[in-house]
Ligand binder design. Structure first.
Ligand code: FAD
Length: 413
C-alpha cells in the first residue's frame, strides 16, 4: 500500500472531470484526475452542444479545435405526432453543433499536462483526514491511499463522492435512451437540420455531425427485456425500430442503417429538483460537479453542457479565492507543527469559500434545467391523461418563465 499527498483530486475522467482539470490548468492550478476505466471513455456516440456549451468550451480554450469537427445546425424541425403540430426554429443567432463524444473527450484530454489522468484507478472509500478534518483520504481499489486537500467528484450518476457528501439518491425515469451513429459514405443529404419527433411516450431525433455522419437518439419506455437487449446490438436496433415503426420514415430509416458498433442503451436518471434546493453540495473541501451533482434527463440536451459550465465556474472560483500556497508539500507530512496546522486550516477555509461560491452560482442554473427536464420526462413517461395535462401546462409555464436555457453565459474563466 503506497500513500501519496495530492492537492486537488478530481474523481472521474468523463466530460466534467476533464473540463474541470482543464479549467484549473488554464488558471495555473494543478490537479490529478482519477479514472476507473483503463482508457478514455468515449462511448455514447454523439453529443449536442448549444450556444451555452460553446461559450464554456471557448473559455476552456478548446472550442476552436472542436468547431471544425462538426457542421453547424441551422434549423430544428419539431413534429408532435398525436396532434400533427409542426414547429421550426432557426439557429441563425446562436451556435448548435453535434460532436462525436470521442472528439470532445480526446481534445480536452490532449490539452491537459502529461500525467494528469490516471487510468485504471477506482476510488472505493473516502474518509476524513485525522490531521485536518476537512481534507480527505481516498482508498483506491489497488490498495493505494491518496491524501487530498481538495476532492471534486465528477464521477457521474453513481458517485462515491456524492455518497460521501450524503446527497439524496438519484431517481430513475421509466424511460431509457438508445443512441447511435449512421454513416453515409456518399453523404446523408439531410443538410444542417435537426429533426425531432415526439410521440405519446417516446421522443426521437437525428442530428448531422458532418456531411456523412448522423447521430440519432430514441427516448422510450423501459421494458423488462432491456438488460438482455442491451447486450445484443442487432436486437437493440430491431426492438427500437419496432417501437417507432409508425413514426415518419425519415428517422426509422436512419436507425435501420445504423452502425451496430455504436448503438447503446442508457437507463435515464435524474436528481429531483426539490432535493437539489436543500443540498449544500459541500462537506469540508469536498464537492461534486457534472452528473454527480445534477444528473438530468437528456430531453433538452443540456447535461454535458451544464457540466462544462460547472468546470468554468469552479475554475474561476478557485482562482479568485485562492489559493496561493496550495502547492505546499505540507499535506504529505503526517505530523504538522501548530503553525503549519494553523496555515493549513486557513487554506482550507479559503477552499471552502471557493466551493461555496461555486455552489451558490450554479444552484439556480441547474435547478432550472433540472425542473425543465423533469417535467418533460414526466410528460413523456406518464400514461395518466391528468398528469400529462398538468405536466404540459407546467412545461409551458416553465419554458416561458425560464426562457431560453441556451442563452445562459457561464462567464469568463
Ligand atoms: C442518452 C443520452 C443523451 C444525452 N445527450 C446529451 C446532449 O445531446 N447534450 C448534452 O449536453 N448532454 C447530453 N447528455 C448528458 C451528458 O451525456 C452527461 O451529462 C455527461 O456525459 C456527464 O458527464 P460527467 O463527466 O459528469 O459524467 P460521466 O460521463 O458519467 O463520467 C463519470 C466518469 O467517472 C468515472 N468514475 C465513476 N466512478 C468512479 C470511481 N469510483 N473512481 C474513479 N472513476 C470513477 C467513470 O468511469 C466515468 O468516466 C445525454 C445523456 C444521455 C444518457
Amino acid at each position: 500500500m503506497s500513500e501519496e499527498g495530492k492537492q486537488i483530486v478530481i474523481v472521474g475522467g468523463g466530460i466534467c472531470g476533464l473540463a474541470t482539470a482543464l479549467a484549473l490548468h488554464r488558471k495555473g492550478i494543478r490537479s490529478i484526475v482519477i479514472e476507473k476505466a483503463a482508457s478514455l471513455r468515449t462511448e455514447g456516440a454523439g453529443i449536442g452542444i448549444q450556444s451555452n456549451g460553446w461559450r464554456a468550451l471557448d473559455q476552456l480554450g478548446v472550442a476552436h479545435l472542436l468547431r471544425p469537427k462538426a457542421i453547424p445546425i441551422l434549423l430544428t424541425r419539431d413534429l408532435v405526432l398525436n396532434n400533427s403540430t409542426h414547429q421550426e426554429e432557426s439557429f441563425k443567432n446562436s451556435e448548435f453543433r453535434c460532436l462525436r463524444r470521442s472528439d470532445l473527450i480526446e481534445i480536452m484530454a490532449e490539452n491537459l499536462p502529461a500525467e494528469t489522468i490516471r487510468f485504471g484507478c477506482e476510488i472505493m472509500k473516502i474518509e476524513s483526514d485525522p490531521i485536518i478534518t476537512s481534507h480527505t483520504i481516498l482508498h483506491l481499489k489497488d490498495g493505494t491511499v491518496i491524501k487530498a486537500k481538495v476532492l471534486i467528484g465528477c464521477d457521474g450518476v453513481h458517485s462515491v463522492v456524492g455518497d460521501w457528501l450524503e446527497l439524496k439518491p438519484t431517481k430513475r425515469f421509466n424511460l431509457c435512451g438508445v443512441v447511435g451513429f449512421t454513416n453515409y459514405p456518399n453523404g446523408h443529404g439531410f443538410g444542417n437540420e435537426f429533426v425531432r419527433i415526439r410521440g405519446d411516450n417516446m421522443m426521437t431525433g437525428r442530428l448531422p455531425i458532418d456531411e456523412k455522419l448522423v447521430y440519432w437518439f430514441v427516448a422510450r419506455p423501459r421494458t423488462p427485456q432491456d438488460t438482455m437487449v442491451s447486450k445484443e446490438p442487432k436486437l437493440l436496433r430491431d426492438s427500437t425500430m419496432e417501437l417507432i415503426k409508425d413514426f415518419p420514415a425519415e428517422i426509422p430509416e436512419v436507425i435501420q442503417n445504423c452502425d451496430l458498433d455504436s448503438i447503446l442503451l442508457f437507463s435515464l436518471r435524474h436528481r429531483a429538483p426539490w432535493d437539489m434546493i436543500l443540498e449544500s453540495f459541500r462537506k469540508g473541501t469536498v464537492t461534486v460537479a457534472g452528473d454527480a451533482m445534477h444528473v438530468m434527463g437528456p430531453f433538452v440536451g443540456q447535461g454535458g453542457s451544464a457540466a462544462l459550465e460547472d468546470a468554468v465556474v469552479l475554475g474561476r472560483c478557485f482562482a479568485q479565492e485562492m489559493v496561493a500556497g496550495l502547492e505546499s508539500e505540507r499535506s504529505k507530512k503526517n505530523n504538522l507543527d501548530w503553525k503549519e496546522q494553523k496555515e493549513e486550516m486557513e487554506m482550507s477555509k479559503r477552499i471552502e469559500k471557493a466551493i461555496d461560491r461555486y455552489v451558490k452560482e450554479r444552484k439556480m442554473r441547474i435547478l432550472r434545467l433540472s425542473t425543465q427536464t423533469y417535467l418533460i420526462g414526466t410528460l413523456l413517461q406518464t400514461t395518466s391523461p391528468i398528469i400529462k395535462l398538468v405536466s404540459f401546462i407546467l412545461v409551458l409555464i416553465v419554458f416561458i418563465t425560464f426562457s431560453n436555457h441556451t442563452s445562459y453565459d457561464c462567464g469568463r474563466l
